[in-house]
Design a binder for this molecule. Structure first.
Ligand code: NAP
Length: 256
């Protein structure tokens, strides 16, 4: 089934666009007519995403920008580069860059706690701040900011004290940003994936995946494209009266 064209002429930026969920979001946004900036620390994989993007609509222009989301300087440089290249700030951004460094609480190194929080939580803060500042300064700030949390930020997960804390933080950040930015016409919402088949979950041992799968009411792991579907809805005017919410994309895992 062809994607609807809800994002025609929209400029979008997706961090973590080189892999997994971020790549699927780039592909979905491009299929809906958006111009997509694929942003990632890994420029080779970002370029692979770029090659996969459809360019079917007039004025549609995709590009790659290298970014280290935990660095304020790098994130600000990325937004400046986008504005120079497109003569406008992105009106949709998705913070899909993220990492795991799993270990039990009793054994976790401070450095692994800090790094996960820096990339997942601080990276989301820096992107949200830089994009919303650029939008407000542009004088036509209507925008949609989409953050990527995780269901484990709500329910916790053994071995992920750093990751679940960072993702709970992303939800709180998103709700607060929604309250502060709605007066400028900028909406902020969060998607909470459950367990999605990507390079990130390839690291999870098979027996753990089997155990999790048995707990998912829909009976399978999710696909990155299924998270991208929720992001496209939140990016588009179909969600114009929705801000400050979290949408669980989990196949029903941990309902209630
Ligand atoms: P993924 O396939 O590992 O993709 C993450 C991408 O982000 C990679 O291209 C990675 O580059 C990039 N990245 C990592 N650190 C970065 C940094 N400091 N600056 C810029 N880019 C960076 O992971 P995914 O599964 O698609 O996850 C995407 C998002 O969804 C993450 O926020 C993750 O926490 C969240 N999520 C995933 C799941 C799941 O089941 N997969 C569930 C809940 C939430 P490298 O490959 O070079 O590191």
């Amino acid at each position: 089934m062809a994607a609807p064209l809800r994002l025609l002429s929209r400029l979008t930026v997706v961090t973590g666009g080189g892999s997994g969920i971020g790549r699927a979001v780039c592909q979905r946004f491009a299929a809906e007519g958006a111009s997509v900036v694929v942003a990632d620390v890994n420029e080779d994989s970002a370029n692979e995403t770029l090659q996969s993007l459809p360019r079917d609509y007039r004025g549609q222009k995709h590009s790659v920008v290298g970014v280290e989301v935990s660095s304020k300087e790098s994130v600000e440089r990325m937004v400046t580069t986008i504005q120079r290249g497109y003569f406008q700030p992105p009106s949709v951004c998705v913070s899909a860059a993220g990492i795991t460094r799993d270990e039990f609480l009793l054994k976790m190194e401070e450095g692994d706690f800090d790094r996960v929080v820096q990339v997942n939580l601080k990276g989301t803060f820096l992107l949200t701040q830089a994009v919303s500042r650029a939008l407000v300064a542009s004088g036509s700030p209507k925008g949609s900011i989409i953050t990527v949390g995780s269901i484990v930020g709500k329910v916790g997960n053994i071995g992920q004290v750093n990751y679940s804390a960072s993702k709970a933080g992303v939800e709180g950040l998103t709700r607060t940003a929604a309250k502060e930015l709605s007066r400028f016409g900028i909406r902020c919402n969060c998607v909470l994936p459950g367990f999605i088949t990507t390079p990130m979950t390839e690291k999870v041992p098979e027996k753990v995946i089997n155990m999790i799968t048995s707990m998912i009411p829909l009976g399978r792991l999710g696909q990155p494209a299924e998270v991208a579907d929720a992001c496209a809805f939140l990016a588009s005017d179909d969600s114009r009266y929705i801000t400050g919410v979290s949408i669980e994309v989990t196949g029903g895992l941990f309902i209630g």
